[in-house]
Unconditional design. Sequence first.
Length: 92
Amino acid sequence: MTRALFRDRRAAGRLLASKLAHYAERPDVIVLALPRGGVPVAYDVARALDAPLDVFAVRKLGLPGHEELAMGASRPSSAGHRPQAPMTSRLR
């Protein structure tokens, strides 16, 4: 059995945010989260950086015979879709 690197995803987000602190309060920064596990990580990053948070909806590409293991992700074609503003304003 392997030991977890982080207590939980939020702890991972706080550590990542500390490494990205030089991006704090920049108007050209947005934090994108991949559902499901990436959202708790991204939330704490966005909050620490005072940056907008958005979720990038994708579909997990699993490995045959290993349904929980992701080998990648795909997103439906965005043809004809206009970019939208982030789902959230800056988090406080």
